[in-house]
Design a protein around this ligand. Sequence first.
Ligand code: XIL
Length: 318
Amino acid sequence: GQLNTLAVRAGLKYFGTAVDESKQSDSQYVSLLSTTTEFGQVVPENGQKWAYTEPSQNSFSYTQGDIVPNIASKNGQILRCHTLTWHSQLPSWVSSGSWTKATLTAVIQTHISNVMKHYLGQCYHWDVVNEAVDDSAVYRTSVFYNVLGTDFIPISFTAARAADPNAKLFYNDYNLEYNGAKTDKTVEIVNLIKAAGAPIDGVGFQGHLIVGSTPSRSSLSTALRRFTALGLEVAYTELDIRHSSLPASSSALVTQGNDYANVVGSCLDVTGCVGVTVWGFTDKYSWIPSTFNGAGDALIYDANFNKKPAWTSVSSVL
Ligand code: XIL
């Protein structure tokens, strides 16, 4: 491995990966994710989400959530933490509860305070609010928005700063890479957080992209700069670039490599882009096939842990 070594030499803080808590008995998987020259940063793929950490009200559980933080601390890897206020993987006691503004505010504050204090001192970044905007670039009609309007966003960030003053607090979403209506809406979110007097330190570009439809390096840099211009950090937080249909031809694998290089290159081009995290690293384990019908092979190692052209392209651009 060497992607993290190259990334740090090129001026980034890390090159990292999401880690799937359920694959810890695969020794090849564990060995590669623990190679710190390759991955200087890790993030839990699922275990810190609300459904795991507070499955019933005021009953906190960290069995799943602790798996990846323990790996990070054993290996000396930077930890990104993910995620606090999100409409998905949200237990039904939250999504189906009958709340007033006051009671839902207290639920959010209690959740954020307990979870962040459990991980106090361990999280370099926290994804505080995830995916508040839907695919049509309007606020998602989650329980949070339905009860509190946009106030749930500054409420979450204020609670997060109070719980862990040293973690950098991120808003995280997908499809920001196209610099379209959803990117505009996210600029609006940053501004509303600031107008409310609440803190925010960064915006995460998830980077769930498609081979052959990934924006150019300069377009991506332009999108990132929308947020660094507001004084924020940015990072690619969940990068994967999927083939729309399988099997991928050899030319599609080359295109995938070019797309990966454009994404990583755009981070290098933007002061304030601190790192790149891939959402898994081997095609053996990825959320893509079960979410996007027919699509897959979105990562930088194949299902046998061999480096793909995408790995080589990333290493060349760094
Ligand atoms: C995904 C995980 O990879 C899957 O294992 C899980 O079943 C669903 O969630 N945006 C996010 C991530 O912020 O938390 C999601 O992770 C992928 C989309």
